[in-house]
Design a protein around this ligand. Structure first.
Ligand code: NAD
Length: 341
């Protein structure tokens, strides 16, 4: 197995992935490179720090000399680091293009120079944009609707150009909405959960008609691991197959798990930049042997329970400065009924 450099490993999905890698005996080294933005927290790695194979480096993927230094000591890269929250991208888009596009370019260029054997670039179903009907396969046109999705789509193209131009053995994964423990409480499931657990109201846009596919974070990490080991260089793998749900149905489930009813929900008008529906065909990853294993109801119950038991972890994060824009439910929640990342 590889010596793996994991970018963004102190974030939500990256930290689950690092723990997963360390459960393997054949991984000799895992290094996390993370800038610890508002979304990154070393506490997410917790007990993983007890493993001598793990090294944490506090740094930015845009720091080319640092990236070069780290790349020289690894044989594979799994690239999670990103600005990941749609609503923030509506007001602070430059940070998204810096990290998600130029950061990806910095990593891919360095990986090529150092003969990296496998590079997995982690992306999202949002690059395909909203689909009124049907489902996107990996060859579907990219029609990102919001700055976050545009920056991820641009990052995907930059990454793939390094395969085509320089032969970097690179794969792209595009996953649907992830959920699970330790997600930053600005994303819809932990945002709703933490507000409801505090006795506060949540807001739902429009009629709650927006559809997303929900994939447990451990299932996504299993798919990414599969692509790291068996993915064919130059290929894109859609990674979904969780459960499709409208934001209204998702809200109903979270209300029930938090012991609340619809009195805790305020419905507000929808806004323009609110993609109605994402949907992907996932035959390619299925052909590699991927099957999601987590049932949504069980996974959601376990997730809400984690937030109930770990308020010490999230309570500081729902206050300023972390959640500067998350204190006004109408502003912060614009679109949250429909978005998760
Ligand atoms: P997250 O926001 O929880 O974590 C991102 C991590 O990247 C943080 O630890 C942050 O400190 C780090 N980071 C940000 N900018 C950096 C930089 N310039 N240099 C180094 N580190 C930096 O995000 P997440 O939800 O774990 O998402 C991980 C990846 O998966 C992202 O690329 C995202 O686009 C993609 N994705 C997420 C979802 C989802 O539902 N969460 C779905 C599909 C794809």
């Amino acid at each position: 197995m590889y010596k793996v450099l994991v970018t963004g490993g102190a974030g939500f999905i990256g930290s689950h992935f690092v723990k997963r890698l360390l459960r393997r005996d054949d991984v000799p080294r895992v290094t996390v490179l993370d800038a610890l933005t508002y979304a990154g927290h070393t506490a997410n790695l917790g007990e993983a720090f007890l493993d001598p194979r793990l090294t944490f480096v506090h740094g930015n993927i845009l720091d080319a000399p640092l990236v070069d230094e780290l790349m020289a000591r690894h044989t594979a890269v799994v690239h999670f680091a990103a600005e990941s929250h749609v609503d923030r991208s509506l007001t602070t888009a430059n940070a998204f293009f810096a990290t998600n596009v130029l950061g990806t370019r910095t990593l891919a260029a360095s990986a090529g120079r150092h003969g990296i054997a496998k590079f997995v670039h982690v992306s999202t179903d949002e690059v395909y944009g909203s689909l009124a009907e049907g489902s996107a396969d990996e060859d579907a046109p990219l029609r990102p609707g919001v700055p976050y999705a545009a920056s991820k789509a641009a990052g995907d193209l930059v990454a793939l150009s390094h395969f085509r131009t320089y032969g970097l053995p690179l794969c792209v994964t595009r996953s649907s909405n992830n959920y699970g423990p330790r997600q930053f409480p600005e994303k819809v499931i932990p945002f709703f959960t933490t507000r409801l657990l505090q006795g506060e109201k949540v807001t739902l846009h429009g009629k709650g008609q927006h559809v997303r596919n929900w994939l447990h974070v451990e299932d996504n990490c299993a798919g990414i691991e599969l692509v790291l080991c068996d993915g064919k260089p130059g290929e894109i793998y859609n990674l979904g197959g969780g459960t499709d749900l409208t934001s209204r149905d998702l809200t109903a489930k979270i209300l029930a798990l938090c012991g609340k009813d619809w009195d805790s929900v305020t419905c507000i008008p929808d806004r323009k930049a609110n993609d109605l529906r994402y949907s992907m065909l996932c035959d390619k990853i299925a052909a590699l042997g991927f099957r999601p294993t987590r049932d949504l109801d069980a996974g959601l119950a376990e997730t809400v329970d984690w937030y109930r038991r770990n308020s010490d972890r999230w309570a500081p994060l729902v206050r300023a400065p972390y959640a500067a824009h998350a204190t006004d439910p109408t502003a912060s929640f614009a679109g949250e009924g429909a978005r998760a990342h």
